[in-house]
Design a protein around this ligand. Structure first.
Ligand code: NIG
Ligand code: FE
Length: 405
């Protein structure tokens, strides 16, 4: 008995083929059993071995393409309130940093989040996970970071853990107490609190897997960021870094030195930074929707590719960047960053999985990979970046089970 057979698809994208291509098979099928891909390839061959009539669920995907479930490796999805009025202020020319300096931006979301009940935070996050799933995302990283005190940071991590329970989307939790310096606090004092109190408490709680830091002129210096990442690593949390977003401060080199899973944003990274990341095996993760929302310049994927790195893409979903669609990220990557549709699809699937240390085949449909896939409402993977008017996902499967249709 097979859990799921998707057959007669116009194409099935298996994943990177090693030559910069995607290994797209035509008139193909995928079979999933016990949550894993057990066969992929020509429909006749797959269905001979796994007859659709014997499967728990069979999907005739005629005229439609199948791609791996999308992976979103960078979001700040647990928060309360919104910042639509700041969006309007930015349109009138006010900068992100000026808003933050006045106590808006992250600090305003911190106030709203601290005041929100556990139920509100949980309901908000679940709604965001539902929307991501409907857009084809089957694995998402979610950071804490709108608490900025021990009690609220733990509450946010607990919310992330509870939202993940019973939700089809796989959630990768990240501790980010060093997201901003809280109002009225000295940065060094606050880093002491993150290192001495928050990280040990988060490690004891046991939800977080990664530890991220905003290494930026108006947030944490390289030295302060290093302290946070070292303490996180000592507590069993793998480093991640927000690096070179508004200025080139040295976050990329720090990510390389710390052996981070990823360095994210990288708008101002240099060729040397790209080489350092590649040498250290740190996955550069680019966030075009953030640049889009800020009206800023986009990161250049060229140096990272030339250095031999995978290039991951993420939504950066947060109250300043309200996109829960990795397909829209792919559109922006193609239109604004000269990535090909194949590059962009890799960026939101396999390369994104590498940015969250998922090396079990997540983001591919190879045999043995998790049975996470999207049946598109379209005949080819080119439609993922091509269509930007809504969800291109017709049916979303997580671990071999239809989770959205
Ligand atoms: O990755 N840069 C820091 N963190 C987020 C923004 C968070 C916010 O503005 O609320 C980011 O873009
Ligand atoms: Fe971020």
């Amino acid at each position: 008995m097979t859990d799921l057979v998707v057959h007669d698809a116009a194409a099935v994208v298996v994943g990177p083929d090693g030559d910069g291509g995607l290994d797209a098979r035509e008139n193909a099928a995928v079979a999933v059993d016990d949550g894993e891909v057990v066969a992929v390839g020509d429909t006749d061959a797959v269905t001979r071995e796994h007859p659709p009539e014997n499967a728990d669920r069979a999907v005739d995907a005629a005229g439609r393409a199948v791609v791996p479930g999308f992976v979103d490796p960078h979001t700040h999805a647990v928060f309360a309130g919104d910042r639509a009025d700041e969006f309007a202020a930015k349109l009138r020319g006010k900068s992100y940093q000026a808003i933050l300096a006045e106590g808006g931006g992250i600090l305003r979301s911190v106030r709203a989040t601290r005041e929100a009940s556990d139920e509100t935070l949980l309901a908000n996050l679940r709604a965001h996970l539902d929307a991501m799933l409907a857009h084809g995302t089957t694995t998402v990283e979610v950071k804490s970071g709108y608490g900025l005190d021990t009690e609220t940071e733990l509450r946010l991590l607990d919310t992330i853990g509870r939202a993940a329970e019973g939700h089809p989307v796989d959630v990768v939790p990240t501790f980010m107490g060093a997201h901003a310096v809280p109002e009225g606090r000295d940065a060094d004092d606050y880093v002491d609190e993150v290192v001495d109190e928050q990280i040990p408490a988060a490690a004891e709680q046991g939800v977080a897997e990664f530890c991220d830091v905003f290494c930026e002129a108006d947030a944490f210096s390289v030295a302060q960021s290093r302290r946070v990442l070292d303490a996180g690593r000592d507590a069993g949390l793998t480093p991640k870094v927000h690096a070179e977003e508004f200025t080139r401060l040295g976050g990329a080199q720090l990510a390389a030195e710390a052996g981070a899973a990823s360095a994210d944003h990288l708008l101002h990274a240099t060729v040397e930074d790209a080489r350092a990341l590649a040498d250290a095996g740190v996955v550069p993760t680019l966030l075009p929707a953030t640049a889009f929302g800020l009206g800023a310049e986009y990161a250049d994927p060229g140096p990272f590719r030339e250095a031999g790195s995978p290039v991951a893409l993420a939504t950066d979903f947060n109250p300043n960047c309200f996109s829960r669609s990795q397909a829209f990220t792919a559109t922006l990557a193609c239109v604004e960053m000269a990535m090909t549709p194949a590059d962009a699809l890799r960026g939101i699937t396999r390369d994104a999985a590498l940015a969250v240390d998922r090396t079990d085949g997540t983001g591919t449909l190879r045999e043995g990979a998790p049975g996470d896939l999207v049946v598109l409402d379209a005949p080819s993977h080119l439609h993922v970046p091509y269509r930007f008017d809504g969800s291109v996902a017709d049916l979303v499967v997580k671990s071999g089970v239809v989770a959205h249709e």
